[in-house]
Ligand binder design. Structure first.
Ligand SMILES: NC(=O)c1ccc[n+]([C@@H]2O[C@H](COP(=O)([O-])OP(=O)(O)OC[C@H]3O[C@@H](n4cnc5c(N)ncnc54)[C@H](O)[C@@H]3O)[C@@H](O)[C@H]2O)c1
Length: 272
């Protein structure tokens, strides 16, 4: 049985822990950490097999786990990702936006090959990354339009310098248009999908991002368009937000669970 350490006990971390506890992921959750002790204690109280709560994030990978699952924040990735690999543990990252900093990406990529460990990035709240990866050398354009209810966008750094008042939006309104690189720093908790898409395809400076606030929607919708010598691909994913965190889609949680289930199982692998 694989042993797992969990960094972040919020909406995603809790569902992953419950999937391990129920046997859906054939593994043991041995250690957890959250900057909010309360969140860690609450998570552990929901589990039949109780993991140990460690005192800081770096202690997670000092225990004999196979993989650390990050479901916390971009800061958490910047803080612990390298030491996890140096401690010879695999790592699954949900806060993918952190990897759009090229120096971080290169350091972690080099560490994977130096320490013979793997970083897993689940497809998150989108689909189609298998196709995008396959045709990346023939891609000429790649873009994503994300439409969410204004409440799912609240608190983003973008609004510190923008005049847009989310509460006064009454019809679908484009609030941002730019590159994935810009979007990830301005909407860090919202736009991991743009980071994933650009890492799979032609990079964050060539991937177009549009963000639409729609007060009439109850879904987080992502529309992806890719075109090039191979032909054209379009994907539209209409996600229901998670009940505990409207910024996070249900599919993001399920995709994290499936990535971990595969990591923990000897099985037939389907898809590219
Ligand atoms: N890849 C994707 O498609 C995708 C989709 C949704 C969310 N995410 C990202 O995954 C992460 C978790 O999402 P969530 O919905 O569970 O969020 P959440 O806010 O429900 O939970 C995050 C938890 O992590 C804790 N935390 C924050 N920073 C920490 C740190 N440095 N060290 C330890 N704990 C820390 C918080 O206290 C909180 O309990 C976020 O960064 C989010 O942006 C990725």
């Amino acid at each position: 049985m694989k042993k797992i350490g969990l960094l972040g006990c919020g909406a995603i971390g809790t569902q992953i822990a419950l999937a391990i506890d129920s046997g859906k992921i054939p593994a043991v959750l041995t250690h957890v950490y959250d900057t909010s002790k309360e969140a860690a204690v609450e998570l552990v109280s929901k589990l039949n097999t109780k993991p140990e709560i460690v005192e800081n994030s770096h202690l997670l990978s000092s225990h004999p786990v196979h993989i650390i699952v990050e479901a916390a924040s971009q800061d958490a990735v910047r803080d612990v990702a390298l030491s996890v690999l140096q401690n010879k543990r695999d790592l699954m990252i949900m806060s993918v936006g952190a990897l759009l900093d090229e120096s971080i990406y290169e350091i972690l990529s080099d560490a994977c090959s130096d320490f013979k460990k793997t970083i897993y990035l689940p497809s998150g709240a989108i689909a189609g990354l298998d196709g995008i990866k396959s045709i990346k050398d023939e891609l000429e354009s790649l873009s994503i339009t994300t439409t969410k209810h204004p409440r799912s966008l609240k608190g983003a750094k973008f609004f510190e310098t923008s005049d847009i008042d989310l509460d006064s939006i009454t019809s679908p309104t484009t609030i941002f248009e730019g590159t994935a690189k810009e979007a990830v720093s301005l909407f860090p908790a919202n736009i991991n999908v743009a980071a994933l898409l650009s890492l799979s395809g032609i990079g964050s400076e060539k991937t177009g991002v549009k963000i639409v606030a729609d007060p009439n929607t109850d879904k987080n919708t992502h529309h992806i368009e890719a075109a090039g010598k191979f032909g054209k691909m379009t994907f539209t994913i209409e996600n229901f937000p998670d009940a505990n965190n409207p910024k996070t889609s249900r599919l993001a949680i399920l995709s994290a669970i499936e990535t971990l289930r595969k990591y923990c199982s000897d099985d037939i692998r389907i898809g590219t």
